[in-house]
Design a protein around this ligand. Structure first.
Ligand code: SF4
Ligand code: SF4
Length: 390
């Protein structure tokens, strides 16, 4: 099999963040991974990525704007002729910074909000007021002439407000609205019992997204993808492991997917020690699940194997303890019962207290060790969301 070159690089500039979203894609043990790449190290990684064939660089975190050199790193990517996109929680964006980002050549800015309802948005971001700052950030981005994407992670607490979310994106003049259903890895998996929507909620949301897409054609692009817990077959995670995408974590660890570090037993290389070229073509982590040769049954004999490559490796590992298992989200998977059970619990209105993404929670979880495949929930007493807790 000929290995193709990567197309897209995600640069997670830092895991530091003023917010505490309980579905954050950062690793559960983020608080133990503080040794961030320096400015020259990021520039070198980007130069290597461009030489390798990467054409898009996405900058995220944590909150990437906590790095005072974020603009300088983005300018370097722009000078390498990469398409650049920055994802921010929005709370730190100022008029000056928006202008500097525009001058550095940033192609697109993505601001995340947690909900169209200010109170719930603040609660989901950890409790401190942030909604108003996010709305202001979206306005500043537009005023600076940046192309604006509004990103909303959908989960049980906000999916019922799709119409208000779409109206808000229209009001802000967003070019793109990304309605991202929660991926149940890491923090989101810990909080699955509180975040997983019901089937009826997901179907309603899909209907509203379709109608809005039709109505706003040519004015605003709307991205809504059905969550894989509700589909018969999984999606090819990031178009296939080690196929077109690579991520570099704040400490320089190169990953086939930003959550791949959750898979125990895999060794990941660091851009401080090896070039991205060598990592992409030769490292254990990138080669292990590339292509279809490694697939187990029933994937090996399945006609969809070139389309989805057996689904998500992180999900397979986190739910079954086996990274090479068929993704349990697939209806043909031997352990699909794990997903069926989670969905049945949601339909029976289960609720759990949210665990917010705080440094204290991260240290506590990483000290205790992360259990695999045993996600607890308890009966709902009240639909009210609990506040953040350490
Ligand atoms: S998901 Fe929330 S907590 Fe995580 S990096 Fe983004 S804004 Fe910060
Ligand atoms: S059996 Fe494997 S290849 Fe077939 S649809 Fe399910 S995950 Fe995809």
């Amino acid at each position: 099999m000929q290995t193709q070159r990567p197309f897209s690089l995600l640069c997670e500039l830092t895991y530091r963040c003023p917010l505490q979203c309980p579905y954050c894609s950062n690793p559960l043990d983020f608080a133990r991974r503080a040794h961030e790449l320096s400015t020259p190290e990021w520039k070198r990684a980007l130069t290597e990525a461009a030489a390798l064939g990467v054409v898009q660089a996405h900058f995220s975190g944590g909150e990437p704007l906590l790095r005072p050199d974020a603009t300088e790193i983005i300018r370097h990517a722009h000078d390498l002729e990469l398409y650049t996109n920055l994802s921010t929680g929005g709370t730190l964006l100022t008029e000056t910074l928006a202008g500097q980002l525009r001058a550095a050549g940033l192609d697109s800015l993505q601001v995340s909000i947690q909900d169209a309802d200010a109170e719930n948005s603040d609660r989901m971001a950890g409790g401190a007021p942030s909604f108003a700052k996010k709305i202001e950030a979206a306005r500043l981005a537009k005023a600076a002439g940046l192309s604006l994407t509004l990103n909303v992670v959908l989960q049980r607490q906000n999916i019922g407000r799709m119409e208000a979310i779409i109206a808000l994106a229209e009001q802000l003049g967003a070019e793109r609205l990304e309605l991202a259903n929660t991926q149940f890895n890491g923090w989101a998996l810990k909080n699955r019992a509180a975040l997983l929507p019901t089937r009826a909620q997901v179907q309603d949301a899909a209907r509203l997204a379709r109608a809005a897409r039709e109505r706003l054609k040519g004015r605003m692009e709307i991205l809504y993808v059905l969550p894989d817990y509700f589909e018969p077959f999984p999606k090819a995670c990031l178009h296939g492991w080690g196929r077109v995408f690579m991520a570099v974590a704040p400490d320089g660890t190169a990953l086939p997917c930003q959550t791949a570090r959750e898979i125990r037993g895999l060794t990941f290389d660091n851009v401080r020690e090896r070039s991205l070229q060598k990592i992409w073509f030769e490292s254990e982590a990138f080669c292990k699940f590339r292509g279809t040769d490694w697939l187990p049954e029933p994937c090996r004999s399945c006609s969809r194997k070139e389309a989805d490559f057996g689904g998500c490796r992180c999900q397979a590992f986190l739910l079954t303890g086996e990274a090479a298992a068929t993704d349990p989200a697939c209806s043909l998977a031997p352990r699909h019962d794990l997903v069926d059970r989670a969905l049945a619990e949601t339909e029976a209105a289960t609720e759990a207290q949210l665990i917010y993404r705080t440094a204290n929670a991260s240290l506590r979880i990483s000290e205790a060790g992360q259990p695999i495949g045993s996600i607890g929930s308890r009966r709902r007493q009240t639909p009210k969301l609990p506040g953040p807790r350490e």
